[in-house]
Design a protein around this ligand. Structure first.
Ligand SMILES: Nc1nc2c(ncn2[C@@H]2O[C@H](COP(=O)(O)OP(=O)(O)OP(=O)(O)O)[C@@H](O)[C@H]2O)c(=O)[nH]1
Ligand SMILES: [Mg+2]
Length: 296
């Protein structure tokens, strides 16, 4: 019989490179929200995949970035650095379609301090030609000495099946840490709040995506008609943002609610009644107590 293996695999990289898309593919469920805007993920999100004797415990992380702007950003980067230190194996994700960015330079400088094995994932190869990959591989080989290099498309699932056996190869011998049918340690309420936040990010512009946090006020499952009743508050930083989020005659909030409800019904497999509120929490991204309250 094969030996039991288990380990933590941290998915790290600059913002917007496709870390959450990769996590969702690896676990076969949508655990992390995905948007076209950078700095979408704010927490460490654990996703478990168990294949026979091997248990892979993935940690999706916020994009590593330099701006020390708000306390929220500092906490986000701290979470990612923690995940690097907790990992048995690191999946470093980079975006092949973009020129080398300062945030990637910063990510490399953080990773230079770790002795843990790194698999370099060059993502979004569907957007580029093959020969543009060589300079990227060269640059990373010089700096970090990755144990493997994988050009993939997380969006299209290209080259991804080969990745899983490689990950298993680098896992240490360990008993499984979680029951084999575990998917995540995040409660349903967390994913529900994130799905609502995803819609806010997708539908709003400028600084608003970065100024919103979602808190689930109530989640009632066992109603007589089988409808799940969810009440949530979307927090913004300033009064002026509240008006924009609600929109003319409530149009924007209604669209957010509609899109979120459709997704939630799909995710929860039940009819959903969703009630949304908007409140101002003055400058919350810089307020430690608010960050604690919102789970950051
Ligand atoms: N074309 C293409 N787009 C991709 C691929 N993988 C991810 N994307 C897109 O890239 C954007 C960012 O993806 P995410 O998975 O949210 O990226 P992330 O690294 O988790 O971003 P943060 O959480 O903000 O750090 C989304 O619009 C994805 O659909 C890919 O392989 N090809
Ligand atoms: Mg993400």
């Amino acid at each position: 019989m094969d030996q039991s293996k288990a380990g933590y695999i941290s998915i790290v990289g600059a913002p917007n490179v496709g870390k959450s898309t990769l996590l969702n593919w690896l676990v076969g469920e949508r655990l992390a929200i995905v948007t076209h805007k950078p700095q979408t993920t704010r927490n460490k999100i654990l996703g478990v995949r168990t294949e026979n004797q091997a248990q892979m415990i993935f940690l999706d992380t916020p994009g590593i970035h330099r701006t020390a702007k708000a306390k929220l950003n500092q906490r986000m980067v701290k979470r990612a650095v923690e995940a690097i230190n907790e990992a048995d194996l690191i999946l470093l994700v980079t975006d092949a379609s973009k020129p080398f960015q300062p945030d990637e330079e910063y990510t490399i400088s953080v990773l230079e301090q770790t002795k843990r094995p790194i698999i370099l994932i060059i993502n979004k190869i569907d957007l580029v030609s093959k020969d543009s990959l060589l300079p990227i591989i060269d640059e990373y080989n010089k700096r970090l000495n990755p144990v493997e290099v994988f050009p993939i498309s997380a969006l299209r699932g290209e080259n991804m099946e080969e990745l899983v056996p490689k990950i298993i190869h680098y896992l240490p011998p360990n008993p499984h840490y979680y029951p084999d049918d575990t998917l995540t340690d995040r409660p349903t309420r967390f994913i529900v709040a994130e799905i609502i936040r995803e819609k806010v990010i997708q539908l709003t512009k400028q600084e608003l995506p970065y100024s919103t946090a979602v808190k689930i006020e109530s989640f009632k499952e066992n109603t007589p008609n089988g409808i799940i009743r969810i009440s949530a508050t979307i927090f913004v930083e300033r009064d002026s943002q509240k008006g924009i989020l609600i929109g003319k005659g409530g149009a924007m909030l209604k669209r957010i609610g509609q899109m979120a409800r459709e997704d939630l019904e799909h995710y929860l497999g039940a009819k959903v009644f969703l009630e949304l509120w908007v409140k101002v929490s003055q400058d919350w991204p810089d307020n430690e107590r608010s960050l604690d309250e919102f789970g950051y």
